[in-house]
Structures are given as structure tokens and as C-alpha cells.
Design a protein around this ligand. Structure first.
Ligand SMILES: O=C(O)[C@@H](O)[C@H](O)[C@H](O)C(=O)CO
Length: 495
């Protein structure tokens, strides 16, 4: 292979029509002692090169060039890689190791994520996307797994990575993700959580509660009014009024959690990290409600990997925490204690850029948490574009301004787009600074799908092709940007 690398780099491979070859030397791998594999980038994109005569050589699809097989990074070739190189397939992690969701909406961020997280006391969930993200980007879960697996191969990363079917609400989406081998399932219960209860008077709550079956009411009252909740480190006070509200808000969601667990998790012949998401609701999760949900799951024999409550204050996309940090710390202490008590990890969604609370999260979880990011990784790509392709950035920014309202249908933000400095008054050199301003960050964050899918009148992509070409030319710049930005996340989390 050394000769092949030299031949590739010196352009000796006349049959291999590519003006420039980038060799990813960390990918160099020997399989079954008889086949050498290497990832390279050519003018036609990344290719997997195989040399030798082993079984994997025969199973990979590609063209024979200079005595080697040059293979496209297809879904089928990724499955072959998974079969012969288990570290390129995702794994479940369980509750005893910190994990970080590194959602990659573009399919090109994972190499930078791996370079950043390698060697730290935390493991990456590289293949994390929600159905919402797939819908907005036009990708599939196969694409998400393929991109992560090839990145792991490219970087020679053998410490393990996860794949999270994120914010799944429908059974067909759960089946889809599990069928493909996703190793984490984030069940989004927001549609079973009754947010209307918060707006009722005490009398209306009591009247609605009384309509519930007597057996259900007595079970909850016995467990939460007649039995003390003994959770070291958690300050929990149940009153009849708060219990009635929480039962009305969460009872149907708890039934849903149990049903999915029994139907899809207990029936699997492999480990899956099962996460409960109750964060994307209008109702903040009080520590008492968190305890009740967790205890009900325990009583029903439902075991989970992590729980994502809706914290007090605002965990908005792509910007720091908004709210009373003293209150947040007080409640975080209880949420973290509850997670420890029930032996799962606290999961922090919309974890991007919450720098002011990261030290608290690391402290109260004793460094055992799951933190999800996604939008911030997309914004680091936008930052690269702002630096090297000002014209493209200006066109994307203007398009985002024109389509911002449309995008607010997907994400809750309190962006003031009138506070964003007008493009015309910003020089090319100053464009990257937009990625340091909250309103501009959220403007570009929530419009990612509209930007990536936008088309010209002739049906060609308005931005996506130029965007991906720019990022391909700036691969190392993008990886370095992720290294700095995600590295800051990890440092503040104590990782
Ligand atoms: O945008 C999405 O749908 C996901 O990235 C979702 O927000 C995810 O669960 C998350 O919290 C990432 O920060």
C-alpha cells in the first residue's frame, strides 16, 4: 500500500484521472491479513481503495485501476465495511459512559467531530438525526449511517460511536431506525403530553382529575402523596394540586413510553439505548414530574438509558441558556439526582452553545450525561462559508431573511431579525462575525433545510452544490472550526 499511496500522491496512476489526490492515512487498514484498505479524496470525491485478494476485496463494488479496486462510498460498500470492520458499525453505550450527540445535517462533520472527541472521557453519537431534520434536508437514515461509518473508517476511530434515531414519534419511524441498526432510540412523547393542563384553573384541574378512573387516581395518590419520595440530593415536594396536574399532563405519555418499550425494545436481540424525550413541550418538567415519570417507568419495568426533561428557562437552538441560572442550578441538582437514583443518564437536548450552564451540567451529573448538539455543527459550516465565500454567504443570509417566518414553524426561537446588522453595511471580512451574534445564528440555524433544498428556476440547487463544494475545498478549515467550537463545549463540560 505504501507504493500505492506514493503512486496516488505522485499522480503515477494514469488510469486514475484525478488532478489531486488527498490520502487519509488514518484510514489505512489491513483486513484478514490479505486486503489493504485506504480512503482517498479525488476530483470525483472520496473513494475507498482496496488492494489484495481477501473476501472483503471480492465483496466491495468498484473499478479495477492499477491493480487496485477503487470503490465509491455507497450504502452497499458501507455495509461490507461494517461486516469486516465492526468498529465502523454503531454501538449502544449504556449508562456508564458520558455521550455526546453530534448531529451532522450535512454528512460531512463527523471527521472533525472524531478529531475533537478522540481521547476524551466521552463517546460520540455521530449518526444523530431527527425525522424533522431528515425531512428538512431531504436525507435518509441510510445516508446518516453511511456518512458516520465512512468518517469512522477515514479517521481510523475504534473507540465506538452511536446512532440515534432522534425525536421519533411514529412507530413506522421507530421500525425504520431499528431495522437499519440504529443503536439509540429517542422517543419523543410531546404529542402524548397534555400541555393544555397548565392553562386550567385549580378547580378545572380537580374536576378533570376526578374524571380519571378511581384505581388510577388511588395508585398515584398512594405512591406520591402517601409515600415520601426519598431521592438523595433531590428536593421534592408533592402536593395534591401539583400531583393532579402532573397526572393529567403525563399519564398518557407514560403509557406511550411503556407501550413502545414493550413493542420495540424488549423484543430486540441487541442492546439499544432507549431515551425518553419530554423536552419539546410548552410545559417545563418540574423535578416532581420528572420523579413521577421515572418512578412510574420503574414500577412498570421499563428501563431507560436517559431522560431529557424540559428544563426551566429556555434551551433555544444555537444560543446560550436564557433564564434564571440560580433556579436552573437548583432544579438541575434535583433532575440529576433523580437520574442517578433511577440509574439512567440525564439528557440535555438543544445542548448547542449552552456555555453558561455547561460547568453546572458537568458538576451535578458527575460527568455522566448525554448532551445533544446539531445546529451548532451546521453553523460552523456556515462560518466557513462566511470566511471563504462571502458571495455565497450573502446570498444564503438574504434568502434566510426572506424565509425566516416559514422556518419558525419547525423550531421555537425568540429571534429578533430586526436586530441583525444589515448585510449591506457589513464588509466581507466582517461576515463571519454574524456567527457570533445570537439573532443571526438563529436566523441561519432554523433555515438550514430551506437553504439546502432551495432550487433555481431550472431546478438546480440554489445554494447546496456551491455550499458543499466550498466545504469540500475547506475540509480542514471546517474540522478545525468544529475542533475549536465543540472543543469549547467539551472543556466547559469537564471533558
Ligand atoms: O433539529 C433537530 O430536530 C434535532 O437536532 C433536535 O433539536 C435534537 O434533539 C437536539 O436537541 C440537538 O441539539
Amino acid at each position: 500500500m505504501k507504493q500505492l499511496i506514493e503512486a496516488l500522491q505522485s499522480g503515477q496512476l494514469q488510469d486514475f484521472a484525478s488532478s489531486e489526490i488527498k490520502v487519509y492515512e488514518s484510514s489505512l487498514t489491513q483486513v484478514e491479513g490479505s486486503t489493504l484498505l485506504l480512503l482517498v479524496r479525488t476530483d470525483a470525491g472520496k473513494k475507498l481503495i482496496a488492494v489484495g485478494d481477501g473476501e472483503i476485496y471480492n465483496q466491495l463494488n468498484g473499478d479495477n485501476v492499477f491493480g487496485a479496486k477503487v470503490c465509491p462510498l455507497t450504502h452497499e460498500n458501507r455495509l461490507t465495511l461494517n461486516k469486516f470492520l465492526p468498529y465502523t458499525a454503531p454501538q449502544a453505550f449504556g449508562t456508564q459512559v458520558a455521550t455526546m450527540g453530534l448531529g451532522d445535517r450535512l454528512g460531512i462533520a463527523s471527521p472533525g467531530h472524531i478529531q475533537t472527541i478522540r481521547g476524551r472521557d466521552i463517546r460520540p453519537v455521530l449518526a444523530q438525526q431527527s425525522i424533522r431534520e431528515l425531512t428538512l434536508t431531504g436525507r435518509t437514515y441510510e445516508d446518516v449511517l453511511d456518512a458516520a461509518a465512512y468518517a469512522v473508517f477515514q479517521e481510523g476511530y475504534k473507540d465506538g460511536y452511536g446512532a440515534d434515531g432522534d425525536h421519533l414519534k411514529k412507530e413506522e419511524d421507530i421500525e425504520y431506525a431499528l431495522r437499519l441498526g440504529f443503536t439509540m432510540l429517542t422517543l419523543d412523547c410531546s404529542e402524548q403530553i397534555d400541555n393544555t393542563i397548565e392553562g386550567l384553573s385549580e378547580a378545572e384541574v380537580a374536576a378533570k382529575y376526578e374524571q380519571l378512573p378511581a384505581e388510577l387516581r388511588s395508585r398515584y395518590e398512594e405512591r406520591y402523596l402517601q409515600t415520601a419520595a426519598n431521592v438523595p440530593g433531590a428536593s421534592l415536594t408533592f402536593t395534591r394540586q401539583s400531583l393532579m396536574k402532573d397526572v393529567l399532563i403525563y399519564d398518557k405519555a407514560i403509557d406511550f413510553m411503556e407501550a413502545i418499550f414493550r413493542r420495540y425494545i424488549t423484543t430486540l436481540d441487541r442492546a439499544v439505548d432507549f431515551e425518553i424525550s419530554i423536552d419539546e413541550t410548552a410545559t417545563p418538567t418540574s423535578p416532581e414530574a420528572h420523579y413521577m415519570v421515572a418512578n412510574e417507568l420503574r414500577q412498570r419495568g421499563v428501563t431507560i438509558f436517559s431522560m431529557a426533561p424540559r428544563f426551566c428557562g429556555e434551551f433555544q437552538k444555537g444560543i446560550d441558556y436564557i433564564g434564571d441560572i440560580v433556579q436552573f442550578e437548583k432544579e438541575l441538582a434535583s433532575h440529576a439526582a433523580i437520574a442517578v437514583h433511577f440509574e439512567y443518564k440525564l439528557s440535555i437536548h438543544s445542548g448547542s452553545d449552552k456555555f453558561s450552564v455547561f460547568p453546572l451540567i458537568g458538576k451535578y451529573t458527575n460527568g455522566l450525561f448525554h448532551l445533544k448538539t446539531a445546529g451548532t455543527n451546521w453553523l460552523e459550516a456556515v462560518r466557513v462559508v462566511a470566511k471563504v465565500n462571502p458571495s455565497l454567504y450573502r446570498r444564503m443570509h438574504q434568502f434566510a431573511l426572506e424565509h425566516f417566518e416559514e422556518a419558525t414553524a419547525y423550531y421555537h426561537v425568540t429571534t429578533d431579525i430586526n436586530a441583525i446588522v444589515p448585510l449591506a453595511s457589513v464588509s466581507d471580512e466582517e461576515l463571519p462575525a454574524y456567527m457570533d451574534e445570537n439573532n443571526a445564528r438563529q436566523l441561519l440555524h432554523i433555515t438550514y433545510g430551506l437553504l439546502l433544498q432551495a432550487k433555481n428556476a431550472d431546478g438546480s440547487k440554489q445554494f447546496a452544490d456551491e455550499f458543499f463544494q466550498t466545504l469540500a475545498e475547506q475540509e480542514d478549515t471546517f474540522a478545525a472550526g468544529l475542533g475549536a467550537h465543540i472543543g469549547r463545549h467539551l472543556e466547559l463540560l469537564g471533558k
